[in-house]
Design a protein around this ligand. Structure first.
Ligand SMILES: Nc1nc2c(ncn2[C@@H]2O[C@H](COP(=O)(O)OP(=O)(O)OP(=O)(O)O)[C@@H](O)[C@H]2O)c(=O)[nH]1
Ligand SMILES: [Mg+2]
Length: 234
């Protein structure tokens, strides 16, 4: 369907992803003040301006490598299932630590919106966040919200609408590594892009290969075999 889109919610544990999911979808995903509540993918829908959005609540993770099943589930969804938008939900009260995951997502996929959640808590603590500067530095929309109090929702929904309609474009910032790593990336990136085309970020994949991410390679092979099977059976 032309007016249906998928949105994945990613972020560190306990940043309010499920609270946002519930507020959007009217469902009742488990929320609470401890980490690791969402363990598998939950799905629900929200409708806005005559568009349908399928929202996928991913498990909270501190990174998106292959350190745990949760990380693999979240990583595989973003890279292989290719949601139209990945919403990265950050905790406004520990932004510096949370931005680490945001930078990882920006390396993996293009259409990203960063939601700075718990803005009510940050304000209570006197923390001031300039979302315009962050938007400029990250190259993607950054929006302050409070999922619990439904603050910032009109702006968030409007930004989602403008992104899927092609009215705005994301240019996610790419982390620059040291010279040695950058040279290696350049060497293998072109070979990778010959193989995967633009289905997956070749820079991201080059980095994962340089890191020796065997679990990712296994997942890649599994999906290639599955694709072959589907093609043969069709
Ligand atoms: N003050 C405040 N609390 C919030 C807000 N959003 C979420 N919370 C609270 O933060 C806690 C964590 O919220 P969850 O939605 O469970 O977080 P999560 O990101 O889904 O957590 P995991 O599934 O463990 O990764 C809950 O106690 C929420 O009520 C907000 O905007 N303001
Ligand atoms: Mg959750």
């Amino acid at each position: 369907m032309n007016n249906s889109y998928r949105i994945a919610l990613a972020g560190n544990p306990n940043t309010g992803k499920s609270t946002l999911f519930n507020a959007f979808t009217g469902l009742r995903q488990h929320t609470g003040n401890w980490a690791g509540k969402t363990v598998s993918l939950a799905e629900g829908t929200v409708r806005h301006k005559e568009k349908n959005y399928q929202i996928v609540d991913l498990p909270g993770t501190y990174s998106l490598f292959s350190n745990s099943v949760d990380e693999e589930v979240a990583r595989n969804y973003i890279v292989f299932e290719k949601p139209d938008i990945t919403l990265v939900v950050l905790d406004a009260t520990s932004l510096e630590r949370n931005l680490n995951l945001a930078l990882q997502v920006l390396e993996m996929t293009k259409n990203v919106i960063v939601c700075i959640n718990l803005i009510d808590e940050a304000e209570k603590k006197g923390i001031k966040i300039n979302e315009r500067i962050l938007t400029r530095k990250l190259g993607v929309p950054v929006i302050k919200i409070s999922a619990r109090n439904k603050i910032g929702f009109p702006m968030l929904l409007d930004t989602i609408d403008r992104l899927v309609s092609g009215k705005i474009e994301c240019n996610p910032v790419q982390t620059t590594y040291n010279e040695e790593i950058e040279e290696k990336i350049t060497t293998i990136e072109s070979k990778i892009s010959n193989l995967v085309g633009n289905t997956i970020s070749s820079r991201w994949l080059a980095l994962r290969l340089l890191d020796g991410d065997k679990a990712l390679l296994t997942e890649f092979n599994r999906r290639l075999v599955l694709n072959d099977q589907v093609r043969r059976e069709a």
